[in-house]
Design a protein around this ligand. Structure first.
Ligand code: ADP
Ligand code: MG
Length: 690
């Protein structure tokens, strides 16, 4: 029942314990080797293969090289292998960063296969809470966030001979910070090779930034893609997508379909709708294979999108932005693009951040369209008007660093020893007010002192691979002697996927099951309760199914939990426990999240305490409908309204206790006093899947 790449090999021989181990190993090895031989043929057909020799020469001759090439030309999967073949792996590891964890995992799986090893052996990946590498790993794919973290232990990147900063065009927050760091390391480590690779042509900027490093072009193969717009804006793009998929299936020749959505929930809704619509369509139609791909999709399901489509059938891949440039699926001929993506936005004035769905940029729309032209001429159906493309879409995405909360990154940089952030060599500096806000927030968290220097607490906070708020909550739990409980809560929050499972046809049962887990205090207590109960059943899969819980998410929480527990010792936190001290647990959470508080207004709405802003309790929260006077929330999500997701009820006087730097009595005037009674169960539950 194990899942995940470490246990990926379900090889029959391996299970047959009657066969001596040496022979089993030999058979497994032979099988992998054979697969690898076949794959060598595919490798040679990739555009980058034609440029192997000159590319390696360029790497030899220059310390920093910018590589530009069409998506799918083989940059990510091939270049690290080429470098290995000519011996760079003898000097140190070959690293390659990816902005997304799914990409790091899926590319590592592919390259391991081509190399002929198991993932985690010679070829591995390293993502947050999941290090799938060993001592023998020579090609390592990792998220840009993980490389950034590794600077804490290895500021000179000593274990690497080459580092490839891949997907540089995405300009994620972590990649942008890495630019500055690796540029600096390259100056004093002449032996380190640096490759910056990008899918778009505006490489001049990268070149200029890296002291005029040469640009190496890998011309791609690309067939023409015809673009089709809608005549009028679509009221419901989900419906429109589903209808377009069916139209393509019924009227167009062979070729698979790729549809871009903004997230898991949309993808799941579209899958439901598609299966509903195709149910009555009879058997004359060819088979339609609908496959999702998004960040939290289990590994075995991720691999499915790469399997060849059987003859006569058509594959429809419902993807998030991940399929825009990071992952290439062969055989796509039709692309459906509703024109949206999810972006984080940060308001430096209020310090509030939220995830919002926004129109994508022209650059994105063009990348998406390009995915239809890899194997033959393709078609892209844009579910917006031509006018809208020309007049409403921005040319480019703004770099993430300019619209993010920088708290985490600033804490990281300070811990690495970079103090003068205003003069850090950013390719595009973040707005000064955003930097100042981050410093302010870290000061309020006591991670920095009034001189802006890292405190002992700040140093300990940086040890945990979590946001500063969560790290702070965890460290403060030591004070309230409920470390075990807060570690569990943090682990449950660390699972990006849903904890609760809500199949459409059993919605009512699922909701009831969920309500049974509700605990007074709020959603975090409910999460803790779920985990504790699961633990008591001996981590039972059946129990999860009976209670509409996602076993996979809970297992991931258990993994994260183990790792966090291991880290406690290093930061000298005693592993205390007090399951009944709900106040202590809430005060610990509040110690990190005191920024995120909102109070009840007379009219029943909520307003954030420091910077007045109207918000509401998310309908899936256990506190929904109970109207506590003061709540602390985990995050804001903007859908139809600005919702607080993951809420606990807190007392005003706690704010003065846990955040004296931040709150004064006057902030709390007018709503001190008794908490309302009745914290029983309401509807919903934090993190429920639709
Ligand atoms: P680039 O980085 O230039 O966009 P890649 O190296 O990612 O190109 O992709 C090269 C080829 O490898 C593509 O044809 C793609 O389909 C294939 N590929 C990449 N990852 C996988 C995977 N996990 N399974 C199967 N094929 C893959
Ligand atoms: Mg790539």
């Amino acid at each position: 029942l194990e899942e995940g790449p470490k246990a990926e090999s379900s090889d029959e021989d391996e299970k047959d314990m009657n066969v001596p181990k040496a022979i089993r190993d030999e058979r497994v090895f032979k099988k992998l080797k054979k697969e690898a031989d076949n794959l060598q043929k595919d490798r040679k057909s990739l555009p980058v293969y034609l440029y192997k020799a000159p590319l390696l020469e360029a790497v030899r001759d220059y310390q920093v090289l910018i590589i530009v090439g069409e998506t799918g030309s083989g940059k990510t999967t091939q270049i690290p292998q080429y470098l290995h073949e000519v011996g760079y792996s003898k000097i140190g590891k070959i690293g390659c960063t990816q902005p997304r964890r799914v990409a790091a995992m899926s590319v590592a799986a592919r390259v391991a296969k081509e190399y002929g090893c198991k993932v985690g052996h010679e070829v591995g990946y390293n993502i947050r809470f999941e290090d799938c590498t060993t001592d023998r790993t020579i090609i390592e794919y990792m998220t840009d966030g993980m490389l950034l973290r590794s600077f804490l232990n290895e500021p000179d990147m000593a274990s690497y001979s080459v580092m490839m900063i891949d997907e540089a065009h995405e300009r994620t927050l972590h990649t942008d910070v890495l630019f500055g760091l690796v540029k600096d390391v390259a100056r004093f480590r002449q032996d380190l090779k640096l490759i910056i690779s990008s899918a778009t042509l505006d490489a001049e900027k990268f070149s200029e930034y890296f002291d005029n490093a040469p640009i190496f072009n890998v011309p791609g193969r690309r067939f023409p893609v015809s673009i089709h717009y809608t005549k009028a804006p679509e009221a419901n793009y989900l419906d429109a997508c589903v209808i377009t998929v069916l139209q393509i299936h019924l009227t167009q020749g062979p070729g698979d379909v790729l549809v871009f959505f903004t997230g898991q929930q949309e993808i799941e809704e579209a899958m439901d709708l598609l299966s509903f619509k195709t149910r009555g369509m009879g058997t004359t139609m060819g088979e339609l294979l609908v496959l999702p791909i998004y960040a939290n999709l289990p590994t075995d399901m991720q691999a499915k999108i790469f399997e060849a489509t059987p003859p006569g059938a058509r594959k429809v891949v419902l993807a998030t932005n991940i399929a825009e440039t990071s992952i290439t699926i062969d055989n796509i001929v039709f692309v459906i693009d509703p024109g949206f993506c999810k972006q984080n936005s940060f308001n430096p004035r209020t310090g509030m951040e939220s995830l919002i769905v926004v129109p994508c940029s022209k650059a994105s729309a063009n990348q998406r369209a390009g995915r239809a032209g890899r194997v033959k001429p393709g078609k892209c159906f844009r579910l917006f008007t031509k006018w809208s493309y020309e007049h409403e879409l921005d040319d480019d995405n703004a770099p993430e660093i300019q619209r993010s909360n920088l708290g985490h990154v600033v804490l990281m940089l300070k811990s690495i020893g970079i103090d003068d952030l205003l003069h850090f060599d950013f390719m595009d500096p973040p707005p000064p007010e955003t930097l100042i806000k981050a410093l302010e927030q870290l000061y309020a968290l006591s991670a920095l002192n009034d001189q802006g220097d890292l405190t002992k607490l700040g140093r300990r906070m940086a040890e945990f691979p979590m946001d500063p708020q969560q790290s702070k909550s965890l460290i403060q739990a030591d004070k309230y002697k409920c470390v075990d409980e807060v570690v569990t809560i943090c682990s449950m929050l660390g699972v990006d996927g849903a904890i609760f499972y809500r199949p459409k046809d059993k919605g009512l049962h699922a909701d009831n099951a969920r309500k049974n887990f509700h605990k007074p205090g709020g959603d975090h207590m409910t999460m803790l309760h779920v985990y504790k109960q699961w633990e008591e059943t001996g981590f039972s899969l059946n129990w999860c199914m009976e209670n509409y819980l996602q076993n996979r998410s809970l297992k991931r929480a258990r993994d994260i939990r183990e790792q966090l527990v291991d880290m406690l010792e290093k930061v000298e936190i005693e592993h205390s426990s007090n399951v009944n001290d709900v106040d202590g647990q809430r005060k610990s959470i509040l110690s990190g999240f005191f920024y995120n508080t909102a109070r009840l207004r007379k009219d029943g709405s909520y307003v954030t305490v420091k910077h007045p802003h109207t918000v509401e309790i998310h309908p899936t929260s256990s506190l929904f409908g109970q109207q506590p006077r003061l709540v602390c929330y985990h995050e804001l999500v903007l859908t139809t309204k600005e919702f607080m997701r993951g809420c606990i009820e807190v007392k005003p006087e706690w704010l003065l206790e846990v955040a004296p730097h931040f709150y004064q009595s006057k902030d709390l005037d007018g709503f001190k006093g008794k908490m309302p009674k009745g914290q029983g169960a309401a509807s919903g539950g934090f993190g429920a899947a639709k």
